[in-house]
Design a binder for this molecule. Structure first.
Ligand SMILES: [Zn+2]
Length: 95
């Protein structure tokens, strides 16, 4: 495994993203994406699109769909990376 590579076990299949209609802070540089399940618009933060780039098979889910799925298959949801955690801390600091 290369340095800096995200260690994941098992291979993550779902990336959780913030819905675009959620009010508040959006990480600068976020891309507009669509929830795989409900087709709602979501924001993919820069830290997350790097993950998507490394795992092309990953599905992007909005919070609602991700949490519903997590109850059924917890192992399929990716853990937060340190960069994502920083983004969330930034979000919480502002709102
Ligand atoms: Zn959804």
């Amino acid at each position: 495994m290369e340095a800096g590579e995200i260690e994941t076990m098992p291979e993550p299949k779902v990336l959780i993203c913030m819905p675009v209609d959620h009010p508040g802070y959006v990480v600068p540089g976020s891309l507009h994406w669509t929830c795989h399940k409900c087709k709602r618009g979501v924001w993919v933060a820069p830290s997350s699109w790097l993950i998507l780039h490394k795992h092309p098979g990953m599905e992007v889910y909005c919070w609602g769909c991700a949490f519903a799925r997590m109850e059924k298959a917890p192992g399929e949801i990716m853990k937060l990376t340190p960069t994502q955690q920083k983004e969330i801390v930034e979000y919480r600091r502002r709102y």
